[in-house]
Ligand binder design. Structure first.
Ligand SMILES: NC(=O)c1ccc[n+]([C@@H]2O[C@H](COP(=O)([O-])OP(=O)(O)OC[C@H]3O[C@@H](n4cnc5c(N)ncnc54)[C@H](OP(=O)(O)O)[C@@H]3O)[C@@H](O)[C@H]2O)c1
Length: 312
């Protein structure tokens, strides 16, 4: 069995799969899991998002990188895949590749619904048609999670999701937003609706949810999915050419990606982070954040201070 140090060396080198095989690696180094507060089901703390660069890759003719990313996610013990009808070809291509790879049943499939015009109303029949299309693209009879995207007409669309949950077609429901201006509305929905999850924007450089939203999620026992954990890659350019602090090894962070993700996972309200990527090597790197030690609150403060001091 490889130790964690050997695992890091192996997974950052091309010889990893040849030397041990991915399932042995996953067996040797299980990913950290968090429980979904509403059910007690445990899921790995790092998953995969499919907007942005993943969606760009899914649009192309050669989807081999996407295939490899999904395979890497599952081989190393990950399950959570976050998508949406509005992410171009992501939902369809991932559904088709998951079927081809035979990994559909191992994925925790999270998608979204939104047919409301910006701030407007959603037609229930149109919302149901969009959800039916998501079932077809995912090639599944049950979808693990559907969320109302960007708080679009929550009464209509969350109402529909509640019906689908009652019917057993979806296992969990929730709402998403990555707009600070919607946090007041989000807070009210969290206080008044039976949500399993919220999905929000959170990163070491964007910590607004720490004031009200994350404490409320803990209080109301709502799972938290972290979108935009790298601020759409802006965090990497802010630390370009800057070294990790020596003490990052005390939390087993060997790359900036792991440093950024471990900061988020260290918050007790966070259930799963879903960095997006178009590169299998980055998928492996990100899953490394679900291994080893996590920062306590004092270390998280130190992480913010160091980042603030070195970031451009
Ligand atoms: N309202 C909503 O519900 C909402 C809104 C926004 C996003 N989301 C969800 O959140 C997910 C994450 O957001 P995002 O993908 O937009 O942004 P992100 O995860 O903050 O950043 C993705 C960027 O980071 C790069 N990256 C990933 N892993 C890396 C690594 N280990 N090292 C260096 N660079 C790395 C990616 O480039 P490479 O391709 O080169 O790896 C990509 O440019 C989305 O995919 C989506 O599923 C939800």
């Amino acid at each position: 069995m490889p130790s964690r140090r050997e695992w890091i060396a192996l997974t950052t080198g091309a010889s990893a799969a040849l030397a041990f095989g991915p399932s042995l690696l996953a067996q040797a180094t299980p990913l950290i899991r968090r429980t979904i507060p509403s059910s007690g089901e445990a899921i790995p703390v790092v998953g995969l998002g499919s907007a942005a660069t993943f969606a760009q890759a899914a649009r192309g003719e050669d989807v081999s990188a996407i295939r490899e990313i999904l395979k890497t996610l599952v081989d190393l013990g990950g399950t959570v895949f976050d998508t949406a009808p509005s992410y171009g070809a992501s939902e369809e291509v991932a559904g088709s590749l998951a079927a081809e790879l035979g990994i559909g049943a191992r994925l925790f499939w999270a998608t979204k619904v939104n047919v409301a015009a910006r701030g407007g109303t959603a037609d229930r029949t149109a919302a149901m048609a969009q959800i039916d299309a998501s079932f077809a693209k995912a090639r599944r009879k049950t979808i693990d999670l559907i969320q109302v995207h960007n708080l679009g007409d929550v009464p209509t669309q969350l109402g529909l999701l509640k019906d689908l949950k009652r019917q057993g077609r979806i296992r969990y429901l929730g709402v998403t937003t990555t707009f600070d201006a919607q946090y007041g509305e989000l807070e009210s929905i969290m206080n008044n609706e039976p949500l399993d999850f919220i999905e929000i924007d959170y990163s070491i450089a964007n910590r607004n949810v720490e004031d009200v939203i994350l404490p409320l999620a803990l209080k109301r026992k709502i799972g938290v999915i972290v979108a935009l954990p790298f601020g759409r890659a802006s965090l990497f350019s802010r630390v370009a050419g800057k070294a990790l602090p020596e003490w990052a090894r005390e939390i087993d962070a060997t790359t900036w990606a792991q440093y950024f993700l471990k900061y988020l996972i260290g918050h007790p309200a966070v259930t799963v982070v879903i960095p997006g990527t178009s590169k299998p090597a980055n998928m492996r790197d990100n899953l490394g954040a679900a291994m080893g030690r996590l920062p306590d609150e004092a270390t998280r403060q130190r992480m913010v201070e160091y980042f603030t001091a070195v970031a451009n």
